[in-house]
Design a protein around this ligand. Structure first.
Ligand code: NCD
Length: 301
């Protein structure tokens, strides 16, 4: 059975519920879980990362396991021309799980096919970022009732943003009215858009009735040629927040550039730092699911 976590498509509502209950118990310290100290993960990161690599690292170490951090592949044999397949095959003989971030869509799938241990997709180019979407949905679930109809706006670079690709797929499991806001040249890939979704070029068109607004930065590193995109029509400032519902939840996977004015951070509706903390608990829950002896809440890849 391959327990690699490659895509949010591997989850159904029951699996999400199981993972969220576990993450909540870990967060409230109700479960003093320690994994065997012999559990080793590899953080294999071919792209920059702060939150994802550190929260996976922290999650494993706090559970009692250890981590081989490969955060800058230019210092590894990759710089000698080693293929992803060979690196993964070797690393899986040193470890129990590989956390992989790589610039190519589909890289985690390729790695999982080679590895003798589970691979967790920590971002495959502009493809998916499943554990980010899990922590995002977990955070939404803490502020709203997922059994009620929710109005959610996804904002910014919807073309290249892997976090919004994964989150949108998960939101489709619930009764969610989807609003897509951003420059037309950075629109959500057509295969992820459904009839009934609303498309806007400015946040003003929907701000007043959203329950959740999820903002992303322009993913400049994915552009093949330099391209100027104005974030002005969807920049979140205190005056934009003044038009939003009192029970709005404002989210961002971080890092932010200029899409959210730092003056908004004091607004209690802004939860992006809570998302970061929840990421550690969700990633602990993923490791406990794999190594804690219970059932794994996602379908095999
Ligand atoms: C995101 C990513 O890497 O896709 N960051 C993260 O993991 N929190 C979002 C981004 O880089 O814009």
């Amino acid at each position: 059975m391959n327990h690699s976590l490659i895509s949010v498509d591997q989850f159904d509502k029951e699996g999400l519920q199981q993972l969220f209950v576990l993450a909540g118990q870990l967060k409230r310290r109700e479960l003093p879980v320690r994994l065997s100290s012999s559990v080793v993960s590899v953080n294999l990161f071919y792209e920059p990362s702060t939150r994802t690599s550190s929260s996976f690292f922290s999650a494993m170490v706090k559970l009692g396991g250890s981590v081989i951090p490969i955060n800058d592949v230019t210092f590894s044999s990759v710089s000698k021309g080693e293929t992803l397949e060979d690196t993964v095959r070797v690393m899986s003989s040193y470890s129990d799980v590989i956390v992989l971030r790589h610039p190519q869509v589909g890289s985690s799938r390729r790695a999982a096919d080679m590895a003798g241990v589970p691979v967790i997709n920590a971002g495959d180019g502009a493809g998916e970022h499943p554990t980010q979407a899990l922590l995002d949905l977990y955070t939404i679930n803490r502020h709203h009732d997922l059994n009620q109809r929710l109005r959610v706006a996804l904002v910014g670079d919807l073309l290249h943003g892997r976090t919004v690709h994964s989150l949108l797929k998960l939101l489709r499991l619930y009764d969610v009215e989807v609003h897509l806001v951003g420059p037309p040249e950075l629109a959500m890939p057509a295969e992820l858009v459904r009839d009934g979704d609303y498309v806007h070029s400015s946040i003003d068109e929907c701000i007043s009735h959203m329950d959740v607004i999820y903002v992303t930065r322009v993913q400049k590193e994915r552009f093949t040629e330099p391209h100027l995109v104005s974030t002005e029509p969807y920049r979140i400032t205190p005056s934009v927040m003044a038009k939003a519902r009192p029970d709005l939840t404002l989210m961002h996977p971080l890092p932010r550039v200029d899409e959210i004015d730092p003056a908004v951070d004091r607004d209690p509706r802004a939860v992006y730092f809570e998302q970061c903390e929840n990421g550690m608990w969700i990633r602990q829950a993923v490791f406990v699911s794999l190594f804690g002896g219970g059932s794994v809440p996602w379908h095999s890849s």
